[in-house]
Design a protein around this ligand. Sequence first.
Ligand SMILES: [Zn+2]
Length: 289
Amino acid sequence: MARHVLAALALALAGPGVLHAADYSGPLFDAHLHYNEEAQSPHPLPDVLARMQRNGVEAIVSNSRPNDGTKALASSPLTRAAGVTVVPFVRLYRDRADYDNWFRDESIYELVQAELARGTAAGPFRGIGEFHLYDSTNANGPVAKKLMALAEERNLAVLAHVDDVAIDLLMANTPSKGQKVRLIWAHTGIGGAPAARVDQLFTRYPLLMGELSYRPGLTCDGGKLCPEWRELLLKYPARFMIGSDTWVNQRWQYYDELMKGYRTWLGDLPPDAARRIAWENGATLFGVK
Ligand SMILES: [Zn+2]
């Protein structure tokens, strides 16, 4: 209940005319947030926290290149004061070069192990990623295989920017063959895997979750949900989450508009489904109260 009140207050403070009456007005869980090196000077902590707060974002999955950004968010008293809960993930990248090589680079596996051992001031890391696979066959790279097995063994979530073929390959690389690992599919397939294919993968892997930033075909006229995606979200209201994907600074500049866009189409769903996708699914997954 407190979260309802806080979110409503934050939105009221943002000023009149920001939201339409039918928009979703409850709390948001941003399940795909980066606070990368280049963002930190133009957008210091008070700036990014103010953006979250005025948009009713009360919890975030944070993963940053390098991991210092996430640790700064997790450890600052300002974060607590802003009412934001940080769910920290280990980013696999020290720099841009690691994007194309992490899946076969043993030093990345060592980096992940070291970060997991260290944790953050807000507690242990809860997941691994976001990682990218631009060629799905690299899901079978030696380090990709080891990390998927590690995630399942340690009960860590995985945030993966991959295509639908790689989802099957990554799942096959876990001891349970994908039945027990918490894989969050970043963008639910940025290449636009058909809704029927997403449906098939959700059926096959009961813990697979879909994060919806940049998802092609999600919204249609007026920022409302397209019919086939509305149907899919209503079929699996416990399996989707929203995210900002602040991968470049421009995404921070438009953070208000991104969140407003989510509130528009969330308002198009029955209130229970909207609240689950906006907040509850992430909160449940990571035990955020
Ligand atoms: Zn991302």
